[in-house]
Write a new protein. Sequence first.
Length: 154
Amino acid sequence: MSIDSRQVAARMIEAVPFARTLGFEFVEIAPEAEGGVRAVLRLPDRPETHNHVGGPHAGAVFTLGETASGAVVLAAFGQLLDRAVPLAVRADIAYRKLALGPVRATARLGRPPAEVVAELDSGTRPEFPVHVEISTDDGTPTSEMTVIWTLRPQ
């Protein structure tokens, strides 16, 4: 699988203007084993995204993780946009440790893309997880998130 990370980032910023508002940086979008995809996004440390204790606001952290998961979905299934709309179904986040400074979200597809496409091809509306680890720039984990996505047939 070949991924044009600049194109995925540009499409995400166009489709999700709030990601641009928060100043997300698309660090990496790359293929993984079994056709999987990994996306790494970064939220710079800016006072306007802080909470009352000086770290990134929970809403900004959630949006970072959800946007990273969306980048994974677009990279893995963007070729299906003419016949299916990707939609986030639900999300679960656990804030484990106060993050200070810039944070990164690393998202990974939780199922092989071929399985998801096979379900779509069979007429089923597939659901699949994208797992996200959120950490400080030095790699200290601060939050974990899972976003469940679907491909809704057009």
